[in-house]
Write a protein that binds this ligand. Sequence first.
Ligand SMILES: *Cc1c(COP(=O)(O)O)cnc(C)c1O
Length: 386
Amino acid sequence: MITVPLLDLGPQNRALAPALEQAFREVVASNQFIMGPRLEAFEKDCAAFLGVKHALGVSSGTDALLLALMALDVGEGDEVLIPSFTFFATAGSVSRLGATPVWVDVDPHRFNIDLEDAARKVGPRTRAIMPVHLFGQSLDLGALRAFAVAHGIRVIEDAAQSMGARWEGSATMSVGDFGATSFFPSKNLGGMGDSGLVTTQDDALAERARVLRVHGMQPKYYHREVGANFRMDPLQAAMLHVKLPYLPEYNCARAGNARFYRESLVGVPWVAENRPGADDGAKVLLPVDFSGQGIWNQFTLRVPGGRRDELKAFLTARKIGCEIYYPVPLHRQECFRGVGRGAETCAASERLAAEVLSVPVFPELTAEQRQWVADSLADFAAGRPA
Ligand SMILES: *Cc1c(COP(=O)(O)O)cnc(C)c1O
């Protein structure tokens, strides 16, 4: 039996090993280990790639969110609209600043924040919305912009899973007051450790973030306000700079794998697309890229009818890696008990937490591996044994 890991970082980094090692040697020889031209060169190319005016390398995706919130002066007494179905960092960053998360439900077919529910939950203290372009698919960026203008609130796009995804003409991270992404090794542009990026089109916000990134220090050893150390290492920037030109290729390969799964499975009995109306039965639901330009950080199935854990066991028995992203909606996390508002009306988030399962879609999957995944999903849907 062939094995299919959920993610294998080996082939991608091995293919670039000579260039990565050369970049590493250059940084060592330069003796410039904090800030400097290597980081700036990487930032410049990220800004060009995303079509934004400013890009700042930071210590992690989480710190990118935190820094963006700080630069917008979000703090105690302020509320921030957050999707209740996402990775923890989105809400954690709000909470750490003493601001209050408002739990917004998600669209069960797109996995992204439901702007209609967000509109119902906007209050007088709501300062910002932090949509997450989850699993590699952009939210409708036109609708997002209109929402922010209508309610007079700020936007921080959490694009940790969607660097390179687009909605019509715009890239994620290009329409919000700030965009944030992560280079955690499992993201579409994966580094060799932790780091992230903050983007903005606004000169003043960029300057504010730049100063807050180094303890609010300007000029040296003079501090008008309290920031933190949110710097990205030049060493990390050098590694990522080697990989950045390949990001479109990686994203394309992921999309090719997703297309293969969909083409192999759409006509199979007991399988359907995850579209409105399809989620009432017991079919295995395939993710749909409603933007048409998604980058598939995850290929996330829905398995209604209480059979999700059964599929997980089935795939595990066949040595196919899979994972539940995410098993607990944020408003149900122990640390957020009694925190925030809006938790009563997050039914789709709760349902997704019980139904989702992500299967391998990383760029270097072999033809044999993805065929095995597709065959196994068809076998499960048909009720065949593992
Ligand atoms: C990974 C991730 C983050 C955090 O990024 P780190 O670099 O791990 O701090 C934030 N939000 C989402 C949606 C993520 O997937």
